[in-house]
Every structure is written in structure tokens, then in C-alpha cells.
Design a protein around this ligand. Sequence first.
Ligand SMILES: CC(C)(COP(=O)(O)OP(=O)(O)OC[C@H]1O[C@@H](n2cnc3c(N)ncnc32)[C@H](O)[C@@H]1OP(=O)(O)O)[C@@H](O)C(=O)NCCC(=O)NCCS
Length: 404
Amino acid sequence: MPFEIRAIEPDEIGDLLLADQRAFGSPPSLAERERSWTEAELSRTRAAFDGGEAVGVSRNYSFQLTLPGGHAIPAAAVSWVGVQPTYRRRGVLTQLMGALHDDAREHGEPVAMLTASESSIYGRFGYGVAAWRVGVSADAARITFRSDTSAGHIRLVLRDEAEKRLPAIYEALRLSRAGLVTRPDYWWPSVFWDQLGGADKAFFTAIHTNTAGVDDGYVAYDISGSWHNGIPDRRATVWDLVTADDEARAALWRYVFGLDLVDTVVAVHVPIDDPLRHLVTDGRRIRIDYVNDGLWLAPLDPAQLLAARGYTVEGRLVIETAAPDGTVTRVELDGGPAGATCGSTTREPDITCTSATLGACAIGGNRWSELAQAGLVDARDRATLVRADTMFMTTPAPALLTSF
Ligand SMILES: CC(C)(COP(=O)(O)OP(=O)(O)OC[C@H]1O[C@@H](n2cnc3c(N)ncnc32)[C@H](O)[C@@H]1OP(=O)(O)O)[C@@H](O)C(=O)NCCC(=O)NCCS
């Protein structure tokens, strides 16, 4: 039986928080902290109701997604997906995803995107992993940097100053790498300061300033752990290292590895092409703990999405995709570094795949040839795959640095 699906009203925020808390099994205190992320864009929430009770919740936020070539497009940032344990496996999520995608289309967003708490769910709804997220760790005592070339300086700042400076530093980076997304004003208080930071954590923000006096990078980290028999067993966890500048990046890495009374440095959200391993004398000491799904993309309008990005080399491709509801879209792409055109065609396809696989390849985070080896792409021939790979790959590698 279909559930009533509608947006949450301002006086129903308590129901939204309760459903979310029950779905994720979180303590109630989490629901009571910073509210900016909760209260933003309520009209884009979609909740499932049964007899007046919100039994499943979800929402879109209005973000921008950076594509190869440095263009950003409107993208629906899907979040808060949760169904109360007593209503699972009755199709609530399926209904919610349909409503979210309808809402995204109404807002003119050619793509929906998300980060997944559970990675096995979203392929069926047309999402592919478009950018990978690497987790690294290292024993600080084993790490020596090859050189110290930074002439800039680093200063620790309190929240007041960080609130003024960090968003601008992130914004300066945002268009420089595919996969990066906007961080709206309502993102910072709840997600950065509350979820990443948190009043009960030893959470620090340090800004790098270059020789021209420009703040060009920052690192946000916390320190956790304890002492055993007088010896510190403590780790620094890097949550957010943001800079578009190579020198600042090297300086910020050196800074966290140089922290006293810390024996392990852990970093999450590291781009797959981060130079850390090359900055140190013994790259093997930088352990790769995981390579996880970071950004998931569902193309809702393949032609619009493909036309909006730049391509590494000039080329033409006819791509046919099948969406989860069976809709087949065949488009002809004519793209290059300066831009692209893309529209429907009746020509024979060069590449055939699902819309989820297109999501995986759309911003260059995976090679078409790699997915073809997995049986996820049918291509005319090997040369077609090489052409597609060469067109779609991008530098720097796509990455997502933002939780949402
Ligand atoms: C994950 C969750 C949202 C699924 O909601 P739901 O209403 O039970 O999902 P549906 O009944 O619409 O199921 C849709 C399909 O996804 C599958 N599915 C649902 N949850 C799944 C899971 N955790 N792992 C694998 N498959 C899952 C279902 O089996 C079903 O497959 P089918 O169409 O082949 O039968 C819900 O279980 C939940 O809230 N979990 C905890 C919070 C969470 O993980 N949220 C996701 C955050 S990214």
C-alpha cells in the first residue's frame, strides 16, 4: 500500500528528528544540537506518513556540483534517508527516492547525488560511485618529510575567526576539482562545527597563510585517545584538509604529522591522487586503510549532464543508458576541452550501460574500460573504450571533501 509522501512542515521538525534518530539508531542528544542543517530547505524534504506518523524521511538540498572543466551545475544533494525499523522492507525508501527524483527534476537539476551510510542500497536507484574516498593512517614517528619548502606560516584559530575564514578558503578551491560541492551557509554550523567538531572533542582548526599574506589553506582535526603507563596513545584525525595550493597542502600535512604527543595520524576524505605518499621519504609508511565509495551520482538528464562538462580531448560518442524504471536514453556527445554538445540521436550506440554506470563514469572518477571488464559497459570495440577513457578522465582526480 503506498504511503502518503509530502514535505515536512516547520511544526513537524520534531517528527523528522525522531524518525531520523530511530532509523539510524542515534542517541536523542544528536537531535537537539545545531539546527541549521535540519531547518534548511524544509520544502525539499520528502517524508512518508502512516496515519499521521512520519515513518520514513529523506530530503534534497540545493547544491552545486563541480564538473571537469571547472563548471558547476545544480545538483540535488540527497540526505537524511531513513525508514523507521518497524516499517522496513515495505517499499518506503523506493517511494521516497521516486519523490526526491521528481523534486530534483522540478528544480532543473540534471543529477542527484549522495553519500551512503549503507553502500549496497543505491545502485538500484540509478546511482554509481563517481568519486572515491581514501582513508590513510601512519605512525607519526615513522614519517619524515623529504623537504620543508614552505615559506608560509600556520596559525591555530578559534571558531569565531575560523567561521569568517574557512568558507572563503573552501570556496576558492571548489571549482578546481570535479566532484567538489558547495557548502551552503547552513552546512557549516551543523555539519562542520557540530558533527565533525562537537563540543566534547579536542577539535582544532589551523590556517596556512602564504608569503603574500593570503590565507590559502586550512586543516581541521581532532585529537583523541589516552595515556598508558605514562606513554601517550593518541591519534590526530584529519577531517578536512582544504587548499588548492601544493605548497600549502604539503605544509599542512607536515604540520599534522609534527604534532607532539600524537603517535598516529589518521585522515579521512583524502583524494585518491593526494601527494602525501610522495612528500615523505618512505611512502609505504602511509597506510591506505580503505578506498571507499565517496560521491554517488544518479544522472537524471544524461544529455544535460554530459553537455555541461569539459573533456580532456576532442571526441564524439553515442551513449545509450537504461534508467532503473526502464527508460532508455540515447545521446550523441560531441565534446572537447572547450565544452560539449549532447542531444538525443537515433545513431547506433558506441557505448551501452545503465544510468548508474554512466553516473560512475560521468565526471572521470572511473575508467569506462575498467567497468567494461566488470561487464557493466558494452562498447563497440576496444578503440571506443580507449577514446571514451581519454575523453572522460580528468586531472586532478574527482573527489568529494564534504559530508552531507
Ligand atoms: C536503508 C533503508 C532506508 C531502506 O528502507 P526500506 O523502506 O526498507 O527500503 P525498501 O523497502 O524501499 O527497499 C528497496 C529495495 O532495497 C533493498 N534494501 C533496502 N535496504 C537495504 C539494505 N540495508 N541493504 C541492502 N538492500 C537493501 C530492499 O531489499 C529492496 O530490494 P528489492 O526492491 O529488490 O526488494 C532503511 O532500512 C533504513 O532506514 N536503514 C537505516 C538508515 C540507513 O541506512 N539509511 C541509508 C542512509 S544512506
